[in-house]
Design a protein around this ligand. Structure first.
Ligand code: HEM
Length: 460
């Protein structure tokens, strides 16, 4: 039954309408089939409402409006930590790093680290990024005519960026591919555990032993790099050195070794997966929209010609920036933002009980026809200043928003712009005819399966 949006309350909070689902299991079977589409369906059936979702044994609420999301992520963020929600299984990989911690522990480390990721600080890493990307382009040049998997290839580049900016070291491609494969497996295996987060830790999920070994492989490899960094003394300039010195401005206290370990794994995972997958989506969308591809390439030609870009060039390529923004609207790699409500609350008149899980979903929000004109269309110019004016600040959130907004936003955007420009300068990617775009929504929203593309030289 479709429930119309309720009118503003005259007194007292109202019950949120319930999403249609099966008895007892609620929407769980639908969520396990296609979680991203489930939120789109719920949003369309209850426009403007906070919607109650029976999610197995859990009481959960879906936030459909930017105003609801602002309430939770910004205005009352302390009442909505990540808590015991879907983030708990991810702690097996990320420990208590910034993405998965809460409360004082999170605040202390966020205060220590965030100055390293401002626009200005990040610009000082541009030369390292450019160098990594330039080497990756030379490597692709040697493989002209061959077929690559675009997601793995983008992951290789973004991993190398993290290795060199964070650890100040180069890692050979075989090891980077190997770690990339382990990470892809871990994220896939965590998907089911995230969706069924209400099950006890000891629930016998399939593939447990392989998951354990893959997480260990990643931790061991990153700890080896950390130890090598320590053994080299204190090479200045890389982020790890800066992290070692980062003190809490309130107390002057530095991070413990364990805290540094968790932040390193967090930066490595959060810093390479999301950027790589966004770029994979970008190439898929450019293939489907040759007119946009041609315009982006013409802009790069005009601003850069064949020379290597600098940070200052990025501002002079606004169309490329809009293409990235629009890619992140349609295929936001972070597609869901789960939080736990600590104390009873009222959001836009709807009652949210303590202990409930609340969800915002960028996948559904970015496709909401009341916020976006023809939302299914890939239209980079919707991010032109004149068409962006008046848009609600929480209507577009590929990097989330509020105090827990992505720490690496400036880093990831700069990196994506550099990779886009430098690849457009030199290559044209050929997708198999009729390539069908399919996604897989888990810890991140990834293209499903391999994305085989042939690398050809770009022609003028
Ligand atoms: C296109 C690239 C990226 C996207 C789309 C992205 C997206 C996000 C989102 C949506 C969150 C918030 C998750 C939540 O609140 O539930 C987040 C958090 C975070 N991201 Fe990113 N990210 C990107 C790149 C990066 C990079 C390059 C780094 C680091 C080098 C990074 C580090 C982090 C960290 C540490 C957090 C946790 C922040 C906190 O809670 O204090 N991200 N990211």
């Amino acid at each position: 039954m479709q429930i119309p949006p309720a009118a503003a309350p005259s007194s007292g909070p109202r019950q949120a309408p319930s999403a249609k689902g099966l008895p007892i299991l609620g929407v769980l079977p639908e969520i396990l089939r296609d979680p991203a589409a489930t939120f789109v369906r719920i949003a369309r059936q209850h426009p403007g409402a906070v919607v109650r979702i029976a999610f197995g044994p859990v009481d959960a609420y879906y936030l459909s409006r930017p105003e609801h999301i602002q309430h939770v992520l910004q205005d009352h963020w302390r009442n909505y930590p990540k808590g015991s929600s879907m983030w708990r299984p991810v702690q097996r990989l990320l420990g208590k790093g910034l993405v998965t911690s809460d409360g004082e522990a999170w605040l202390k480390n966020r205060r220590r680290i965030q100055h390293l990721f401002t626009q200005k600080s990040v610009a000082s890493f541009a030369h390292v990024m450019i160098d990594v990307v330039e080497r990756a382009m030379d490597d692709l040049e040697r493989r002209l005519g061959s077929t690559i998997d675009i997601t793995s290839e983008m992951t290789l580049i973004t991993q190398n960026v993290i290795f060199e900016t964070v650890f100040g070291t180069r890692v050979d491609s075989a090891m980077a591919y190997h770690l990339g494969d382990h990470l892809a497996y871990v994220l896939r295996a965590l998907n089911l555990r995230m969706m069924l987060y209400f099950l006890p830790d000891r629930f016998p999920f399939p593939g447990e032993e392989r998951l354990r070994r893959s997480i260990l492989t990643i931790h061991d490899a990153l700890m080896r790099l950390f130890q090598e960094h320590e053994a080299r003394g204190q090479p200045d300039g890389d982020l790890l050195t800066l992290l070692r010195h980062a003190a809490d401005p309130a107390t002057g206290e530095r991070m413990s070794e364990r805290e540094i370990r968790d932040e390193l794994v967090t930066l490595w995972v959060a810093g390479n997966e999301t950027t790589a997958v966004s770029l994979a989506w970008l190439w898929i969308l450019l293939d489907k929209h040759p007119d946009v591809h041609a315009r982006a390439r013409a802009e790069v030609e005009e601003v850069l010609g064949a020379r290597v870009p600098t940070v200052d060039d990025l501002e002079r390529m606004p169309y490329c920036k809009m293409v990235i923004r629009e890619t992140m609207r349609l295929y936001s790699t972070s597609w869901i933002l789960p939080r736990t409500c600590v104390e009873d609350d009222v959001v836009d008149g709807y009652f949210i009980p303590a202990g409930a899980t609340v969800f915002a979903s960028q996948f559904a929000l970015h496709r909401d026809p009341s916020l976006w004109e023809r939302p299914e269309e890939f239209d980079p110019e919707r991010f032109a200043p004149e068409r962006s004016a008046g848009r609600h600040r929480f209507a577009y959130m590929p990097f989330s928003a509020g105090p827990r907004v992505c720490l690496g936003m400036a880093f990831g955007l700069m990196e994506a712009q550099l990779i886009l420009a430098m690849m457009l300068q030199r290559f044209r990617l050929r997708f198999p005819p009729g390539y069908e775009l399919r996604y897989e929504a888990g810890a991140t929203l990834r293209p499903r399966g391999r994305v085989p593309v042939r690398i050809e030289r770009a022609r003028g």
